[in-house]
Structures are given as C-alpha cells and as structure tokens.
Design a protein around this ligand. Structure first.
Ligand SMILES: [Zn+2]
Ligand SMILES: [Zn+2]
Length: 604
C-alpha cells in the first residue's frame, strides 16, 4: 500500500512539474520575451516565476488565469512529448542570451557543475516539449496524455523577488494545483474554501476569543473573556488527566538568571530565539543578567534538585501550564499559530531507566485520550532520531545511549501498535523525540504536541537520585506537552470545530431568550437554577424580536438556546433549540439540566 502511494506521488510530481512547463509555453505565446525564474513542484501543485516586462496587453490577473489554463488544456490535447537532452554551456548561454535569469543560473551551474546529467560538468540538462526547450533537471512525464486536463487549476498570482532577495527585481509568480482526478481537485478546492471560512484569526475575532494590541506588541495575544473560559476548561481537563496520571502541579517564575540557561545549553545556542537579556543592578552594585524563560524545563529541574531524591520518589512528574516567551521574526508571526508568548501544557517526568518504557507509553496513551475527546481521528506520530554524523555537533556525543533510547521508544510504539513514521536526523539535541501531527475535521494538517526523551540535560544540572543499590544515579527526563500551547491548540480547535465548540468547552453554553419583557422574571428563575449547576449562560433581554435574538445567539455558535414565554411558564418548562439540530421541543427544567450536565460531564 505505502509503496504504491509513493509511486503515484512521484508520477503526480512529474505531472505537476510538466504542467509548469506547459504554463510557460502558454505564457511565452503571449509574452515571447518573458524572463524565466524558478518553477518547482510544491505541496499540491507547482509555481513558476516570470519577468513579463509590460503587462498591459494581457494583464496576469486571477480572472485571466482561466485563459492560460484553457490554452494549457489545448496543449495537453496535442499529446506533446517531453524529451530530455544535454546541451553544452556555450549553446545554453546562447539560447538564453536575452534571459538574464537563466543566464545567471547557467553561469552558476558552470561554476559548480552540479546539475544532474551534466556529463563531466560540461553539459546541462534540458527538457524539450514541442518547440519549447527548457533548462531543467526533470523528471517529467513522457507525454502530455498522462495529464488529466480536468484535474488541474491555476490558483493565484503573487509577487516574488528573484532568488527570494528583496534587493532583486520582483517577478510575477503564478501558482497552480494538480491532482490525479477531478474529484481530488474539487475536494482540495472545497477544503481550502472551508479552511478560509474557519480561519482562526477571523473566527477568533468574531467570537471574541482573542485580540492583539499595537501597544502590547506583535505576537503577544490578549485573551478575551470567551477565550479565557476556553483556556480554563482546557486546563481543568489537563489537570484532571494529570491527577489520574500521578502528576504534581507546580508553578515557576517567568524569568531566570543567565547561568541557568547557560547550564541548560539554551545559551548561547538558542539565544536567537530568546528575548534579549535584562541587565539588573542589584543593591551593592552587583550586576545580574536575567532572561524571560523560553522553556520551563530548567525551572522544573531546579524543583527536582530542591530535595534529595531517592528511587522511591521516582517517577517524579512535574506539570505546569507554564508561560514561555520566544522571539519569532515579525514576518513569521501568524495569528495564534506563531506567537511570542505561549502557555505550554508542559510536564517533566524524571524516572529511572527501568521505569522509562512504562512512563513513555503512559504519555503516548495520554495523547490518544486527548485525541478521542477532541474527535481527532487522523494523526501520526513522527519519531525523530539522531544521525551518526551529527554526534558531538547537533547531538550529544554518546552513540550507545542514543541507540539504546531510540530502540526503547521504537519497541514501545511497535509493541503497542501505535502508528508512527521514523525520521532520521531530526532529534532534539538531548535525545529522540516524537512530534504529533493531527488533521483537523476538514483535513488540514497541524503539528500540535511533542514528547521528548532527554538523557543529557539532567546530568548538566547535576540531577541525581539514590538508587536501591545505594549509588547516586542520573534520572532520564521525559519532556511532554500533549496539548502543545494554548495558543496553537485553541487556534487548531477553532478551525477544527469551525467555532462551534462542544458544550463543555463553549464560552457561553446556554442563551436564555425571553419572548417578551413580561417573561423576564421566569427567565431569571431559570438562570438561577442553571447557575447553581455551574452552567455558563447569558440572558438576551434586549428589546429585539424573538427571531433577531435567536439569530444573534446562533451567530455566536451557542450550543443551546432556551426560549421562555407564556406556554413555558404555564407548563413550568423550557423550549429548547440545539445548535445544528434545531427545535428539540418543550421539556421540564430539571430534565434539561440533567441532559446538559450529562453532556458536559462526558464531554460530548
Ligand atoms: Zn522542468
Ligand atoms: Zn522541557
């Protein structure tokens, strides 16, 4: 199965790349003098950069893309062959006499001579399709008959600097997407449209979950009351699960002295990702340097160290929703997904080597439990391992320990039938790690959680315990954050649920809507009863029509609306409307309370 998919993907990549050549054929018919920048295959499609010169004759707008697309379909129908051939540098340079971009590329290749198929560095590889000959390493399809003309689409036009350097000229980049079938193309387009509607930045503002302020600074989200409720509910869930798992909650400050980050190894290696130091003049003239914390681990290590530990105290599991600060370039900030302050669902588990397998597995199982609660059906765990070449540079220089820990992790995952892929040479500095990728309800991929083995840092901090044989030993540390950060997780959940959070997580769970002012008193009696049950609610007592009040509450994606009027008062009942389900009819107040208490308790 796996292998077949890979072959299909390879063929699809060839199709995507061949489409970019066909797009260029269509473009040069309109703009014969177009300069040609790069045109690689990307996820789901391709792009190509052009220097078109003056474009007033046929402006490359999104509307005009369809015309280029149709011309490409005509070319596909001609069963054009793609044929590879080599060309000498002299000939290639002559061919691209008027194209300074290709000329630059070829001159560079001549210097390095590293393009595939350039025999003895004297020739460069070309692909010819019809009359169009293009500097290209391939691979390509053999014939345009391999392309499904209904399964591709040109999607957008953007500006892109030549070689990504803003000092260079801005070129025109045209993007396309391509799949094997029209159905796959349509599904992808639909998913993109749906993703736009679910964009967490747009919904986050509409549902009053978070905001940003110029004065606070970029990448530093402010959580509004609705967002704070979601945070609290997530923290309650985490604490509940961690209590069952034998964790202890701790709290640590947001800053620490430079010496701690030097000991952990974050300084100087990680300095670029940290906020700049705060230099403090202590009384007596002593200078101290402090940093905002970029991770919680070193703080937790100090808690481990605060007492003499024995094997009887292990495993010690320290958990904290700790706020960390990391410097991300302003161009890389993105809503809640890339931020500068983040609240991590962090914990560090200190254990003996014998305890490791059991502890690691418990963490993995915790992940799976969370996925079930959030209805995450598709996920994959990526086990990142070391590389021999990186030992002593990227990785702690202890090959034996790497191999041993990696084997332990691999064994656990295999034995427990947990789906995972292995990615060599992507481990953390101090040990192998597992990143968890999840897919949202509409099939978009996110990296949420992480689970890392650390067999090096505890030693740097001099963490020890007295083992049963009376000897002092260093514990292994597991860093885990199944719910990642509040920022990223809530950003994901907004998209996953399209803002329609399950009842237990909804900022406002019930909206009570009195039909008119005279029903307000009864509405307040119900409010009191719901409040006694810890239910989060609002009363829509504004002077609006019933229809308008219902629409407003529905726009806010509130899970239940209860409507009260004369009939309800008479029957000592409420009329209930459920989000997405419509009218549930009338029911006694207590039955309604029992129903929602049950849903909240079971996180339905
Ligand atoms: Zn090519
Ligand atoms: Zn950590």
């Amino acid at each position: 199965m796996q292998k077949d998919n890979k072959n299909i993907d390879k063929q699809l990549d060839k199709i995507r790349h061949s489409l970019s050549h066909l797009m260029t054929m269509a473009i040069v018919e309109i703009y014969p003098k177009a300069g040609l920048g790069v045109g690689p295959v990307i996820e789901n499609g391709f792009y190509q950069d052009y220097d078109l010169g003056k474009t007033d004759k046929f402006p490359i707008t999104t509307e005009n893309l369809i015309k280029i697309e149709n011309r490409m379909r005509e070319l596909i129908a001609q069963n054009i062959k793609f044929e590879q051939h080599d060309m000498t540098f002299a000939k290639a340079l002559a061919l691209y006499k008027k194209d300074k971009y290709k000329t630059e590329l070829i001159k560079e290749l001549k210097k390095k001579g590293d393009l595939p198929r350039s025999k003895a560095g004297k020739k460069v590889s070309f692909y010819k399709s019809g009359d169009f000959d293009n500097l290209c390493a391939g691979p390509h399809i053999k014939n345009t008959s391999e392309i499904n003309p209904q399964a591709f689409k040109l999607t957008k036009v953007a500006g892109a600097y030549w070689r990504g350097n803003e000092k260079n000229k801005m070129l025109t980049r045209i993007y396309g997407i391509a799949f094997n079938t029209k159905e796959e193309l349509d599904n992808y387009v639909k998913m993109q449209e749906e993703a736009e509607k679910r964009d967490h930045r747009m919904l986050g503002e509409k549902l009053k979950i978070f905001t940003f302020s110029e004065m606070v600074g970029p990448g530093l989200p402010l959580w509004l009351p609705n967002g704070t409720v979601i945070i609290e509910q997530l923290e309650n869930l985490a604490k509940e699960m961690e209590k069952k798992g034998g964790y202890s909650q701790v709290k640590t400050p947001h800053i620490a002295k430079e010496i701690m980050y030097k000991t952990s190894g974050h300084l100087p290696y990680y300095a670029d990702s940290m906020f700049p130091p705060m230099v403090m003049q202590e009384e007596g003239g002593k200078k101290e340097i402090y940093y905002l914390k970029a991770m919680n681990c070193p703080h937790h290590h100090q808690i481990f160290k605060a007492e003499q530990r024995s094997y009887k105290n292990l495993p010690l599991r320290l958990a904290e929703y700790g706020t960390c600060y990391r410097y991300e370039k302003s161009g890389e900030l993105f809503g809640l997904m890339r931020v500068r302050s983040m609240q991590m669902n962090d914990a560090h588990i200190y254990c003996t080597e014998e305890q490791f397998a059991k502890e690691f597995l418990a963490v993995v199982k915790l992940y799976l439990e969370y996925f079930k609660i959030f209805g995450i059906e598709k996920y994959i765990m990526r086990l990142s391992t070391h590389s021999k070449e990186g030992l002593g540079k990227k990785y702690i220089n202890n090959e034996k320990l790497w191999k041993k820990t990696e084997a332990m992790v691999r064994d656990i995952m295999t034995k427990e039938n947990i789906p995972f892929v292995e990615v060599p040479n992507e481990a953390a500095f101090y040990g192998p790690k597992i990143d968890v990728q999840v897919w949202s309800a509409i099939g978009r991929e996110f990296t949420l959680a992480t689970n890392q083995v650390d067999f090096a840092v505890p030693e740097r901090f001099g963490l020890t315990f007295i083992d049963s044989d009376g000897k002092e030993k260093t514990p292994i540390c597991i860093h885990r954050a199944p719910l990642g950060t509040h920022e990223r997780t809530i950003g994901f959940l907004i998209e996953h649920f399209a803002g329609a959070f399950p009842l237990w997580l909804s900022p406002v769970q019930i909206s009570i809507i009195p039909i008119s002012e005279k029903h307000l008193e009864y509405a307040n009696i119900i409010k009191q009863k719901l409040l006694e049950n810890n239910i989060r609610l609002e009363i829509r007592d504004e002077a609006e029509t019933l229809g308008k009040k219902i629409r407003t509450a529905e726009m806010q994606k509130i899970p239940y609306l209860i409507i009260v009027g004369d009939k309800e008062i008479q029957a000592n009942a409420v009329s209930v409307r459920a989000r997405g389900k419509g009218d549930l009819g009338q029911m006694p107040i207590q039955s309604f309370i029992d129903k929602i208490n049950n849903e909240i308790k079971n996180k339905l």
